[in-house]
Design a protein around this ligand. Sequence first.
Ligand SMILES: NC(=O)C1=CN([C@@H]2O[C@H](COP(=O)(O)OP(=O)(O)OC[C@H]3O[C@@H](n4cnc5c(N)ncnc54)[C@H](OP(=O)(O)O)[C@@H]3O)[C@@H](O)[C@H]2O)C=CC1
Length: 442
Amino acid sequence: MRRVCVIGAGSSGIVAAKTFHERGVPFDCFEKGSNVGGLWRYENDSGASVAYRSLHINTSRAKMQFADFPMPRDYPDFPHHSQIARYFDAYVDHFGLRDRITFRTTVQRVEPLADGTFRVETTDATGRSESRAYTDVVVANGHHWHPRVPTFPGTFAGTALHAGRYRSPESFAGQRVLVLGVGNSGCDIACEVSRVADRTFLAMRHGVHLIPKYLFGRPLDKLVSPWMWRHLPLRLQQFIFGTALRVARGKLKRFHLPEPRHRILEEHPTISSDLLNLIGHGRVTVKPNIQEFTGAADGREVLFTDGTREPVDAIVYATGYDIRVPFLAPEVFEARDNEVRLYKLVVHPEHRGLYFIGLVQPWGAIMPLAEEQSKWVADLVEGKCALPTRDEMLTGIGRDREAMRRRYTASSRHTIQVDFYPYLDGLRKERRRGARETARAA
Ligand SMILES: NC(=O)C1=CN([C@@H]2O[C@H](COP(=O)(O)OP(=O)(O)OC[C@H]3O[C@@H](n4cnc5c(N)ncnc54)[C@H](OP(=O)(O)O)[C@@H]3O)[C@@H](O)[C@H]2O)C=CC1
C-alpha cells in the first residue's frame, strides 16, 4: 500500500495534494506555516515568503491559473499577491483539501531507507516530534526563499539587505539607495524605491532585454501564441520578438542601459513597464557592477567597475536565490551552484519515490507545469506509468541540461530554466511513454 508525504502547501504542494486527493491515493501534506500559498502569502508565518507589499505577478492570470480552476473574471491581467493568495485559498476549499493539510508542522528530515521507503520526521507547533514511514515523498518547498548574497572587497557601513527581506519603500525615504541585480526583483524594487529615495542606483553586471508587461496592448504572454513557442525555430522567434521589442521600446542604449551580450530569449525574462520611464525621469541611475567598498564617506562609498564612485546609505541585493532542501542530507540531494540532477527536473534517479514539484523556472508561470508534474508523479505512484532505467534517466538529465546550457546564458539563475511549452509537452510525452511501457508489461 503506497502512502505519500507532500512537503509544503505553496502553489506546487497544493496541486500535488489535490491530484493525490482526487485519485484516492493516501497522502499527508505538511506545511510549516498556518496557511496555504507559500511565497504568495504576504508575510507568511512560515518565514518562506519573499513577496513585497506591492508585488503583482508578471505572468498574466490566464497563463498562471490551474486548468480546472480559473481565476475570477474580475481579477486584473496581472493580479496582486493578495489576490493570488485568495485564489489558492479558494482552490484548496473548492477541492476539499484544507483538512488534508497539516499546518504549522515542519519537516525536519527525510531519510531514504534500505527497503526503498522513507522515514519522515516532523515537529509540530508545540514542539512535538513524530516519525512516519512513506513509500513516496514529494518535495514542494519552493526555490525562492534562501537569499544569494554576493561579497565584494571592503566593508560597507550602511544598511544592507537582500531583496527577499524587502517589503516596502518607506524606510528608504530621502536616502541614497543602490539596488544590485537586474532580474524582476531588482527592477521592481528600484522603481518603487526611486519614488521616495533621494537617489536610486540600479547596478548590473550585464545588460538584459528589458520586456514590458504589455506589447501592442496585450499581455506579452497572450500576444505570443503557444504554436509559435512550440514550432518556430528559436532564431525566428528571436527575430520576431526582438523586432517587436525594438519597435515598441527602442534601443536600450537610449536609457543608458548596457546592450545585452546575448540574444533575446536566451535569458530568464526581466519584465518591467516602469523602469524606462523612471530612468527617463532621472529617478533611477544605471550603474555597472560593484567593484569594492572603498571605506570612504564613512564607509558608505561604493566603487563601480567603470571607476565611478557613489556614497550610498543602503544596498538591496536583488541577486537571486539558492536552491535549498534542508530536510534532505547532502548525499541525497544538494544543489551546488544551483545545479540539480533530477529526471525531467522531477524524479530523483537514485531514490525512486523521491519527487520534486515546481523546481523549475519557466518563461511563463510555474503553476501549470506543477500541475502536469503532479499528474505524472501520481501516475508513477499508482503504478500506471513506468520510469526509464537509472542509466537512461542519468543520460536524459545530462542531455536536457546540455540543451538548456546551450539555450540560455551561463548563470546560476538558469540551472532549472525550461521553455514552458516544450517542457510541458515533454512531460506529457514521458507520461504516455511510461504508460505504454506499463501496459506492455501487464
Ligand atoms: N512580479 C513578479 O512576478 C516577479 C517575479 N520574480 C521571479 O522570482 C524569481 C527570482 O527573481 P530575482 O529575485 O530577480 O532573482 P534572479 O535570480 O532572477 O536575478 C538575480 C539578478 O542578480 C544578478 N546577480 C546575481 N549575482 C550577482 C553578483 N554576484 N553580482 C552582480 N549581479 C548578480 C543576476 O545576474 P546574472 O543574470 O548575471 O546571474 C540577475 O540579474 C524569478 O523567477 C523572477 O522571475 C521576481 C520578482 C517579481
